[in-house]
Design a binder for this molecule. Structure first.
Ligand code: ATP
Length: 216
């Protein structure tokens, strides 16, 4: 179990904090607005009404003992930057910050923040990808245009031989096949796919696009 702090409990911060609690971590939530703190105080390990631009307050909350701090102050860029400066001065190494604009992002990267989050943009990209490739339920970027992709078998491929889908894409690596609780790491090319099967593959974006078109 790790100890996290989430500063700013708007919809993004509250979601991050709640999810971390679900994952069985200790979470300190901080917001200057009483209403936001009250909304979530039952869920979090600690929830405090405080101004995170005040270094003394952050010290008193022992925030330096946290494994990582998420700064989810959106609109007030000045407050976000001031808070990040204090956290840096306190020697906290793992700081994740939600950025609101390009200039906010630039300042944060100059301050040495390596994890800058753009939730709206990230979500926009994900929504567009899901609309474009509805059979791709999850994906993970490996950089250099390579991805790991989770594909769900729908009605249209029920009864199809696995080989007939993959034969045109030899450069895509099949990582696993899952049916119910059964996991197969060596997929038999003669396997007959069933609705609800899950296939996880790795490859270059172009190859994956071709493959996912066959799953449409
Ligand atoms: P979201 O989209 O996640 O709801 P947002 O991007 O609109 O949020 P804001 O609402 O501006 O972002 O900020 C998120 C939270 O940060 C708010 O609940 C706000 O009260 C809190 N906040 C703003 N300034 C401070 C501060 N100085 N100290 C602590 N919390 C703050």
């Amino acid at each position: 179990m790790a100890q996290f702090a989430v500063i700013g409990l708007g919809s993004f911060g509250a979601t991050v904090a709640t999810e971390l609690v679900e994952l069985k971590h200790d979470v300190l939530g901080i917001d200057s607005n009483k209403k936001y703190v009250e909304n979530i105080s039952d869920v979090l390990t600690h929830a405090v009404i405080a101004d995170a631009t005040d270094e003394h307050v952050l010290n008193e909350l022992n925030i330096q003992n946290c494994d990582a701090v998420v700064v989810a102050i959106g609109e007030d860029i000045e407050a976000s930057i001031l808070c990040v400066l204090h956290l840096k001065n306190m020697g906290i190494e793992k700081i994740w910050v939600k950025a609101k604009s390009k200039s906010h992002h630039m300042i944060l990267s100059h301050l040495g923040i390596d994890k800058i989050i753009h939730p709206e943009e990230d979500m926009g990209v994900r929504v567009a990808q899901s609309l474009s490739y509805p059979m791709v339920s999850r994906y993970m970027s490996l950089e250099d245009d390579r991805y790991i992709v989770k594909i769900e078998v729908k009605d249209n491929l029920h009864g199809t031989r696995f080989q007939t889908i993959c034969e045109y894409n030899p450069e895509v690596n099949v990582i696993l096949h899952k049916r119910g609780k059964d996991l197969l790491y060596q997929v038999d090319p003669n396997l007959i796919l069933q609705r609800g099967d899950i296939i996880v593959v790795e490859g270059h974006l172009e190859q994956l696009r071709k493959l996912s078109n066959r799953f449409k």
